[in-house]
Design a protein around this ligand. Sequence first.
Ligand SMILES: NC(=O)c1ccc[n+]([C@@H]2O[C@H](COP(=O)([O-])OP(=O)(O)OC[C@H]3O[C@@H](n4cnc5c(N)ncnc54)[C@H](OP(=O)(O)O)[C@@H]3O)[C@@H](O)[C@H]2O)c1
Length: 285
Amino acid sequence: MTRANARAVLITGCSSGIGLCVAQGLKSRGYRVIATARKKADVQRLIDDGFESLGLDLSDSASIAAALDEVLERTGNRLYALFNNGGYGQPGAVEDLSMKALRAQFEVNFFGWHELTRRVLPVMRAQGEGRIIQNSSVLGFITLKYRGAYNASKFALEGLSDTLRLELQGTDIHVCLIEPGPILSRFRENAHRAFKANIDAEHSFHRNAYISLERRLADNEIEPPFTLPASAVLKRVIHALESSRPKPRYYVTVPTYGFGLLKRLLPTRVLDRLLIAASRAEVRH
Ligand SMILES: NC(=O)c1ccc[n+]([C@@H]2O[C@H](COP(=O)([O-])OP(=O)(O)OC[C@H]3O[C@@H](n4cnc5c(N)ncnc54)[C@H](OP(=O)(O)O)[C@@H]3O)[C@@H](O)[C@H]2O)c1
């Protein structure tokens, strides 16, 4: 494919982790990748590495609008796919989540994605095809203790994406949810920052649990069991882009497959016991 006829894919959150890996993988596969990041220094680094890159902050409507206008101007109003990816996890017990912290979580992980998707859909309808690929999570369908804000944002994303898929039936625009379990990235480091910024651990009923939670978030050496590299997500994204029948859901990692099955089989109370044990194991790492 030459750049002129290469399929354009817009990706959010390309400064690190999954976004960066998918941007690299798709670029080397011949896609015209527009790799966005929210910080200027990261945009410059991406440009230096040979990407087409723009600033896009998902918590800022003006930034979303400006980035998309620029993308469409560059591509002549065409965009084959949007990979909604940029996001973070706000750890903390539900009772310790301020409205401000919960709103901030939704601004980035949910409303920002929705805003971008809404702006992209008319372009896809006009061109008669498109792919909206949502980087959800195993935590988009099961819950863990101290992940309430993140769980809620990803559950909301799953609901909205499932509805959108029904509404796009009969078109050649496909909505796919990618559901990774643990993936190597800067996710924990960024979650730790959000924890420190927004949770009053000292005065919390959960302060003892927070000590081990923080230890785990700060420890870059120990990975949760079954952690995979970001390339495992790339593989699913490629299928979602290139299959004539992309799947509504792509599981990634053993925990996703395992919990996907258990969620369908087990009564809620039994599943709860398993999830409490899993939360405990997570906190202990
Ligand atoms: N890693 C996992 O185990 C895992 C599992 C399931 C799902 N996911 C999902 O995968 C996606 C990517 O996460 P990751 O694992 O690759 O973690 P990561 O390395 O922390 O990358 C997150 C990316 O999102 C960006 N981001 C954060 N806030 C943003 C904002 N306001 N506007 C635009 N971009 C923003 C970050 O940019 P900055 O560098 O500027 O902060 C970074 O580029 C997330 O949606 C996450 O929920 C991850």
